[in-house]
Design a binder for this molecule. Sequence first.
Ligand code: AMP
Length: 282
Amino acid sequence: MKLVRSVKQMAALTAGYQQQRRRVGVVPTMGALHEGHLSLIRVAREQNDIVIVTIFVNPLQFGPQEDFKRYPRSLTKDRRLAAATGADLVFAPSITEIYPAGFQTGIDVGELVARWEGASRLGHFRGVATVVAILFQLTQPTNAYVGQKDYQQSVVIRRMAADLRFRCRIHVLPTVREADGLAMSSRNASLRPAERRQATVLVQALELARTRIQAGAGDAGPLIDEMRQLISAATSARIDYVAIVHARTLEPQWRLHGALAILVAVWIGRTRLIDNILVDVP
Ligand code: AMP
C-alpha cells in the first residue's frame, strides 16, 4: 500500500488512474481509524479498482475552543489498518500541503448548515466542505464513502458535490456501533470509564424515539421532552440539542410524518458526542 504525503504526487497518481479509466473510491477521514471507518473502506474495496483513504485532521473544521490539539493521531496504526482492510493508498498530507501560504478560499453551503452542528460549531461546515472539495479535486473519486454517523455532514457533502458538479457518487453507510450501542467515534477514547458508561444515553434516547414513533406517536414536542429527560438523568450529560428534522432539508418537523432524521448532540464531561437515526413514517 502506498503512503502519499504530497499534493503533487497525489495529483500525478490521479492523472494516471484517470488515463487508465480506473474506478477510484475515496474514504475521507481524520484518522484514528476504527471499525466505522473500516466499514467504509470495505465497501469501497468491493466497488472500485483503486481505494484511497485520506487522513487529514483538518484545522479549518475545528473552532478555536475545540479539540484540534487533543484530537487523536495514530498514522502508523492507521496505515496498517487501512492496508489490512484493502486500501491501495493512504493520502496523508501535512497542513501546509493542503493550505499553503496565501490560501484563502472557502466553500459555504447555504441553509443546510444554519442549524444543529452548523449552529453549535460556527465555521465547522465551511471547513468540512472546503477540505472535502480539495480532496475530491485531488483524487477525482468515482465514488466517495461517508458515514451516517455524521448525518448533517453527509447531507452537506452531497449538496456541495452536486452544486460543484463533482462527478462523484456519494455513498452514505450505516453507523457502526459498540456492543452496547454507542456509535463508534475517535472521540470515545477521551471518555473516562464512568462517562463511557453514561454515553449510551444518546443511543437510548434515539431508540426510545424509534419505539414511540413506531407505536404511533404523532407530535415531536412531547417526544423530544421525553428524550431530553432520559439523557439528563445521566449526571455527566449536558444536552446541546435534541431535534427531529426532515431527513433532506434538516428543518424541524413538529408532526412525526415522512422521512425523519432524529439528531442528538450531548456533552459527556468534556467530550461532545453526536448520534442520529433515520425513521420513515408512511
Ligand atoms: P472522521 O474521521 O470522524 O472525520 O470520520 C470519517 C468518516 O467516517 C466520516 O464519513 C464519518 O461519518 C465516518 N464514520 C465515523 N464514525 C463512524 C461510525 N461509527 N460508523 C460509520 N461511519 C463512521
